[in-house]
Write a protein that binds this ligand. Structure first.
Ligand code: NAI
Ligand SMILES: O=C(O)/C=C/C=C(\O)C(=O)O
Length: 473
């Protein structure tokens, strides 16, 4: 597969700007060339979105919902193309792409179509008055997404923004432009009005991402990615005081109590640490295990990590640069005195591409950088605890607050710990099980705001309250 991607603006493909290379993370080979959007290209995309926005917002919500369903049908019709694009860009396993990433695109569009079409308006009565709320779209929304779950995250934001009446300019990661290009094709194929959905390509800082976030014609920014990038985007949009919705990094804890079903806790932790090469903001990087089962749990987790490596899983890191970042943490752990229970380097079979070994570390202090900084690779540190209070305190000892997992068969403890752990998402005896209507997002460095269900529709629209004094009869 080799392709050349331009930008999708006002319903047309435009190949302008210098090109840069896209690499296959499995082999490192060049698989495509991407045009980089400069300020003028970004301006054309925002102008197209602005031009299309009043007409799009004027459609009854039921009609916008119908467009989203047509787009979801289009995704299902082009399912294999989307899988191929996502696998080529990210190196992820085709089974995961077929069962998680790509089906979530259609689900993301359908859930917001259903919720928006059925949402009742709010009316409030005080004696002699009637107050009600009108919701208006923000206008043009910049959708800036990372490379780890490209299609899932693009559609998660695009579906809600569109059905709320916004037009959008998507800026995929420069490392994974493929599935957004197929989505643009689908928009053209189903006849979505020109300018409603636009795509510009290129890097972030000093390029397409920054030009887009800072463009005066952009009314709101939704972003998923690293916390530092979130800070940079906040600075870019500060002058315009634009609404932002940020899903940022995590340093997620998993708490395994001695009464947990051990098999389920081990396999669940294997998933939560190693899925997608650990490159999901929800992945667990810190495991705390109650002392009576600590040795057994650590031994079994390390054995599974070695098996995954022998089976040539998990997927590669997205780029040579990101592999180097993850390996630098492996080296840091060794220099900080960690005991390496599994992995710790590059798999012996990896001759090319960006693989690292699934890695289990132990023996580091809670305050070490490896226990405090987001690594975003297939790696966790594991430590014992003695009491529930200690487990909660360890989980909360982080500048992040995105997700946590709790493994126990004690229902009272599950509720107590879920309420005490400071994270936007807590899974009990499972991980990454998603009901798309629930609020999704994190505390502290993990983000600002929540998306999901009506929480998304609230972000992508502004309420105006109208209050009428009723005349006496
Ligand atoms: N927690 C999470 O969800 C994610 C965390 N990461 C972490 O972030 C590190 C850096 O990876 P990146 O791909 O560079 O993530 P990033 O957060 O920098 O990039 C995500 C998106 O933001 C854009 N972007 C970057 N700087 C921007 C700016 N100043 N203004 C506007 N848009 C901008 C990028 O082009 C991309 O589309 C990774 O090594 C990984 O550790 C990466 C992706 C997701
Ligand atoms: O919406 C989901 O189910 C998953 C979201 C994952 C991220 O935001 C991420 O990995 O960055």
């Amino acid at each position: 597969m080799s392709y050349q991607n331009g930008h999708f603006i006002g319903g047309e493909w435009i190949a302008e700007g210098a090109t840069f290379a896209n690499h296959d993370p499995v082999t490192g080979a060049e698989i495509g060339r991407i045009h980089e959007a400069g300020r003028e290209t970004v301006d054309r995309a925002v102008t197209a979105a602005r031009r299309a926005q009043p007409g799009w917002a004027a459609l009854p919500v039921a009609e916008r919902a119908a467009w989203l369903r047509r787009l979801a049908d289009g995704m299902e019709a082009r399912f294999d193309d989307l899988v191929a694009a996502e696998v080529a860009d990210t190196g992820k396993d085709a089974v995961q792409a077929r069962t998680l990433d790509i089906p979530r695109g259609a689900a993301n569009f359908r859930v917001f179509a259903d919720i928006a079409a059925q949402r009742p308006d709010n009316a409030y009565h005080l004696p002699g008055t009637l107050s009600y709320t009108i919701r208006r779209p923000l206008g043009v929304v910049a959708v800036i997404v990372p490379w780890n779950l490209p299609f899932l995250l693009t559609t998660w934001k695009a579906g809600a923004a569109l059905v709320a009446g916004n037009t959008i300019v998507i800026k995929p990661s420069e490392l994974t432009p493929g599935s957004a290009a197929v989505l643009a094709d689908i928009a053209a194929q189903v006849g979505l009005p020109a300018g409603v959905l636009n795509v510009v390509n290129g890097p972030g800082a000093g390029s397409a991402g920054e030009f887009l976030a800072g463009h005066p014609g952009v009314d709101g920014v939704t972003f998923t990615g690293e916390s530092r990038t979130g800070s940079a985007i906040m600075r870019t949009v500060a002058d315009g005081v634009k609404p932002i919705s940020f899903e940022l990094g995590g340093k997620n804890a998993g708490l395994i109590f001695a009464d947990a079903r051990l098999d389920a806790a081990v396999e669940g932790s294997v998933r939560s640490v190693f899925t997608n090469g650990g490159q999901v903001c929800l992945c667990t990087e810190r495991l705390y295990v109650e002392r009576p089962i600590y040795e057994e749990f650590a031994r079994r987790l390390a054995k599974r990590a070695e098996e995954l490596s022998r089976e040539r899983e998990p997927m590669p890191m997205i780029s040579a640069g990101h592999r180097e970042k993850v390996l630098s943490y492996y080296r840091l752990a060794a220099s900080e005195g960690a005991e390496v229970l599994a992995g710790g380097g590059v798999p012996p079979w990896a001759e090319s591409g960006y693989h690292v070994e699934p890695t289990v570390l132990t023996g580091l202090p809670q305050g070490s950088r490896v226990n405090q900084e987001e690594i975003f690779g297939p790696v966790c540190h594991i430590a014992p605890f003695d009491t529930e209070a200690e487990a909660v305190a360890l989980a909360n000892d982080s500048r992040y607050g995105l997700a946590a997992t709790v493994w126990t068969r004690d229902l009272s403890r599950a509720h107590r710990v879920a309420a005490a752990v400071q994270a936007g998402l807590v899974w009990v005896n499972t991980w990454f099980l998603r009901d798309l209507r629930t609020p999704f997002g994190g505390l502290r460095l993990s983000g600002i705001g929540r998306e999901g269900g009506v929480h998304s529709l609230d972000f992508y629209s502004e309420p105006s309250t109208v209050t009428i004094k009723l005349e006496d009869a």
